[in-house]
Write a protein of this length. Sequence first.
Length: 506
Amino acid sequence: MSGPDAPAGLLEALDAYERALATDDLAALDDAFVRSPTTLRGDDRGLLVGHDAISAFRGARGGVASRTLTRVEVRALADDLALVVAVSTFDAGGSGLQTQLWRRQDGTWRIEAAHVTGRPRAFDTTVWRVLGDPLVAPTGTGPLDGETVAVKDLYAVPGHPVGAGNPTYLRESVPAATAAAAVAALLAAGASIRGIARTDEFAYALTGRNEHHGTPPNGAVPTAVPGGSSSGSASAVRSGTAGIGLGTDTAGSIRVPASYQGLWGLRTTHGLVDRAGLLPLAPSFDTVGWLTRDADTLLRALDASVPDDIARQPVGDPVVLTDLLDAADPATREAFRAAVGPDVPETSLAALGLPGLDELRELLRLVQGAEATAVHGDWIAAHPGALGAVVGGRFAAAAAAPADQVAAARERFPVVRAAIREALHDRVFLAPTVPGPAPALAADAVELERVRTATTAMTALASVGGLPSVSAPVLTVDGAPVGGCLTGGPDTDRALVTAVGRWLPA
């Protein structure tokens, strides 16, 4: 320690705080921060405001790597206020910097504000599986010149195996000889591949929490999950380490992370973009899609990936689908109605002769589960214990679904898809993308499953219909982003993106 003498008890409090970090003593760490809604903690993943937010983040983060404070500078600012700047040297190499404002309350020193600069890391392994500069160079020039792409770890990237979010699957995969069609289209348009981004295992989840590789950060809400299964691609785009996130959307895996992280996300018309070289989950629902920070980049990715004469059908008239709006949380409904205004007409699924949300969700669950079992069931059976508990349980439930229910769902599915498409022949559905802001990192499995069930009730319509659906960052609920969603008829993809500003102004 150098500079003016430290106030009495401050260095002892700092030592106690470091011991609590080393042992991940959550109670002691909670007590080390001023219990106030204005307490601050910031790092490279964002700013936390309030003791409760800091506590929730810490509870989900786990402990810090072993380290020693090798330099401490103290500046007394007042009798009960001091600034501490310390250098942390890590046992495994590297150093970091922490700046803290300490306040003495009733004789006890506590942290009122903190900024942490962690030790440099090669790359964030919760976001990326492989990273390059670039990993794959462009093969041509065009509308995506200079853009970088985070490729979801389901697509074939030349020279690299597909990992599908699972270490065992990755070990057994062989490097791809050629790029997946969706990857090749971006390369030909001038984009480079920045890296291969993490995904929920086999894309069969919506939170972004991978039990093998950790949870990518939510750049909009540091205390919340990022959304999955295109979680790594979304986090890379939100952080600015890629301009385009190439993902997939089966039951919402583009739309959900877009909503949670305040991004643009497009689920394309089913079959519009060639899925060659994409590891499937449920082929009747799997679609190619992209995540971006703005509409222009999203349109350029779309235009680079499909022929000029398709995906350009005009959209019909906007209507608020009351079933979807009613399925959202109250605060989300309020924000959505304020954004749309009173002049957009409303309709319901019943008025259009369509099944309700619960029936659509169940139809998606059964058919998706049957197809996922057909695609991956043999591999899972041959590798017991290879899957994480959540995704493993989902595959097990799908395999155990009653055969008569699955058969009935398979028979009904094409009929319902045709009816949904007919209903959207001359209209566009407007609604929130998901029920509300992203759930907390600290949420337990029961809460996350509740959110998943509520979310898939809202995303199932476009998935069952095989329809394009765009999520745009137009709503703010309790300080967090929530997407506004437009869903249209087949091949209206481009028109949907350009219509957002007319009907859902930010």
